[in-house]
Every structure is written in C-alpha cells, then in structure tokens.
Ligand binder design. Structure first.
Ligand code: PMP
Ligand code: GLN
Length: 386
C-alpha cells in the first residue's frame, strides 16, 4: 500500500456493520434505511432493465436525469442550471466529492472543511496530495454544534483552494445557519476559493430545526464558484444504487467530468431513468419522508435519554449524536465496541471523523433511518445500560 493511504484503515462503517452481523445486534451504525424507496422509482428501474437500457449511458448522465436534476434544483432551491453543461451524474455523492477534489486541487493546496467530517473527505483530499484544514464543530451550552469564527478565518490562507461543506451535516445533524453560510461565502470570495457542497441530506431538515436548509450556491457571489453535490441514496432510500450528481458552473462541472471519465467513466445506466422519476415526485413524497424520519428521531431521543445518554439535538439527516459521559464512558470507540455485548445495539464513534480526536472522544452517533419497530426494540435494549 502506498505511503499516503497507509493511515486509512477499514472504514468505521464496514467495521461496525460487520460487528452488528457477527453479534446479531440492531445496526444503528451505518446510515442506510431498512425499507425500500418510492414504488414509482422501483417500477421505473425494473422497466428500464427489461426494456434494454443496459449499456453505457452518456458520460454526463442520460438527458432525462440531467433535466430532472435541474428541475428539482429549481423547484426546491430556486437555482437554475443548464442541463447540458452544468450537471454531471456520478457514482454517488462519494465519486462527485472525490472527482471534484482530484480535479481542483494540486499537491499542497488546502481544503477547508469542518470536523467531524464524512470519512471519504480525508481520503480524497489525501489522494489529491492536498492538505485538509479542519475547523472543529463543538456542542454549545444548548447542545447545538457551532464553530469558532476566528478558527474559520484562521483556516483560510494563501494556499486555500476550496471549502468542502456538508450541510445538513453528518454525523452531527447540524444544519448550518444563514449567518454561518454568509461568513463562509465571504471568506471564499476574499480568498478566491471554490466551494464544494455535499447536500445529500437536503430534504432531511426537521420542522423544529431553527432554520431551513440553504444551499451555499444560492448566496450572493457563490453561484459561479460552487459545485453542489447530492445523491439519490438518502432522499429515496436507495443507498446501494450509488446515483449522485454535481451541478455548478460549466467549467467546474467539466472538471468533475474530466476526472470521472477515468474513475468510472459512467454509472448505473438503468437506474438513471428511475432516479429521474423519483426527483419529479410531488412535494408530498418529500415532506412525508421527512416527517416519518422525524417521528423515528423523536422515538430514539426518548430511548437514548431514558438509557442515560446526554442527547445532542439533531436538526436533520439520518443521525443523532449522544454524549456517553453520564453513562461512565470516556472513549466512544471503546464504548461502541462493547455496546453489542452489553445490549445488542451498534452505534458509531464519531472521534474517527476528527483530526482533533479529543473533541469527539466522548461522542457517538446513532442512525434512526430504521423501521419504527426496530427503533423501539433498540430503545428497549438500551435501557439495559443503566
Ligand atoms: N456525503 C455524506 C455526508 C454522506 O453521509 C454520505 C453517505 N450517504 C455520502 C456523502 C455518500 O453518498 P453516496 O452513497 O451517494 O456516495
Ligand atoms: N453515509 C452513511 C453513513 O454515514 C454510510 C456510508 C458508508 O458506509 N460508507 O453512515
């Protein structure tokens, strides 16, 4: 293994899902739903498979999907993009992030990001020979995660190439506020940096979140320097399909395409028309999906609180974080490794998503994108911890 990849072992998701299988535990670790997505989408995929849509799609994605992506962005976020030159379909958001970083960063360029960060970010930045400049999110007195403005300012410098922003944020469930986004936008412009935004949870902001989701690309001055990334996996409960996309100004999209053509060339031919159908579903689908998740979040919050955790508020995503300190825990990784034996539930330690591990040592993440009865059973099992 080359030197630069040596620091990256097996991902925490693989490790924890294997632990769940081995111990027969309820897996609230890896974030994938345990029910299928919308029937119309599944039927469209089956039709496409049977009607011969099984060869290479065009490099940027099939026209129907690109049109659906731009129509969806305009419907929900008021962003207008040209489906022919400002959209590229990718193998999940993961490939879009990787291709963006590989295409935009030279060795030694710096990427400002927020920790805890999604694990593929660190690997993609390292593969590009770039350097990450993480800004730490910490729970404030009300439990909501915040960053220090001075720390963000200090993270920018002459080598800053881009800011990589994930909102709604995995693993914290934080939704960046407009004020926070405005600061990020100002710094991007002052330093002439690009922004790459990972918005895979764009539809999963709960009704009690203090602010709605705002794409950074919609702020003044950001449209022409932002690549906005999303994916069908989370919104339509099809994480195994790996259909994602990036939208942005044509030169940035062309950069992603140039890299993508040598990573995967194209992906998921028969699934592309199905995702086009899903993106055009009526608003009810999106609000209903969110409401269902919010109810399961609320159930899990009660369970975790009763079990003795300090639960930090989750404003969106599939996830919620909890502090293990009241249960006598000091290290989330040790805690999560022993949790299956203690009560038959799997969670993920969030310290692995920080460069400054100390900041997340006592925090763990639970996924609530599971059926109500599964959450109920997990909550029941967690009471054994007390
Ligand atoms: N970004 C974030 C923040 C995620 O939580 C995930 C997991 N779905 C991804 C990217 C990867 O998305 P995909 O499966 O579409 O590659
Ligand atoms: N995005 C999901 C999570 O955060 C799973 C990602 C993965 O398995 N690589 O849990």
């Amino acid at each position: 293994l080359v030197e630069r990849m040596r620091q990256f072992g097996t991902t925490i998701f693989t490790e924890m899902s294997a632990l769940a299988v081995r111990t027969g535990s309820i897996n609230l670790g890896q974030g994938f739903p345990d029910t299928d997505g919308p029937a119309e989408m599944l039927a469209a995929a089956a039709d496409a498979l049977r009607s011969g849509a099984n060869q290479y799609p065009p490099l940027p994605g099939i026209p129907a999907l690109r049109a659906a992506i731009t129509a969806h962005e305009e419907r929900f976020w008021g962003l207008t993009r040209d489906p022919d030159s400002e959209v590229v379909v990718t193998a999940g958001a993961t490939e879009a992030v990787a291709a963006a970083i590989l295409g935009l960063c030279d060795a030694g360029d710096e990427v400002v990001c927020f920790e805890p960060y999604y694990d593929s970010y660190a690997a993609s930045i390292t593969l590009a020979g770039a350097v990450r400049r993480p800004v730490t999110l910490r729970p404030g007195p009300d439990g909501r995660y915040r960053f220090d403005e001075a720390a963000l300012r200090a993270a920018f410098g002459p080598r800053t190439r881009l800011v990589l922003l994930n909102s709604p944020h995995n693993p914290t469930g934080k939704v960046f506020t407009r004020t926070e986004l405005e600061l990020i936008a100002t710094l991007c412009q002052e330093h002439d940096a690009y922004a790459v935004t990972d918005e895979v949870y764009e539809h999963l902001v709960f009704t009690d979140a203090p602010e709605p989701h705002v794409p950074l690309a919609s702020l003044p001055g950001m449209r022409d320097r932002t690549l906005r990334i999303s994916s069908a996996g989370k919104t339509f409960s099809c994480t195994g399909w790996k259909v994602g996309w990036a939208t942005g100004p044509a030169p940035l999209v062309a950069t992603v395409q140039r890299v993508k053509q040598f990573l995967t060339f194209v992906n998921a031919g028969p699934l592309q028309p199905a995702v086009a159908v899903a993106l055009a579903l009526p608003d009810d689908y999106f609000t209903g999906f969110r409401a269902g998740l919010q109810a399961r979040r609320d159930r899990l919050v009660i369970g975790l609180t009763e079990a003795g955790f300090t639960v930090l508020p989750s404003e969106g995503t599939y996830f919620i974080t909890a502090d293990i300190t009241p249960l006598g825990g000091t290290d989330g990784a040790d805690f999560c490794r022993s949790l299956p034996e203690r009560c038959g539930v799997v969670a993920v330690p969030t310290q692995v998503f920080y460069d400054h591990r100390e900041a997340g040592r006592h925090l763990i993440r639970f996924a609530f994108c599971k059926r109500q009865e599964v959450i109920d059973e997990a909550a029941q099992r967690l009471t054994k911890l007390g």
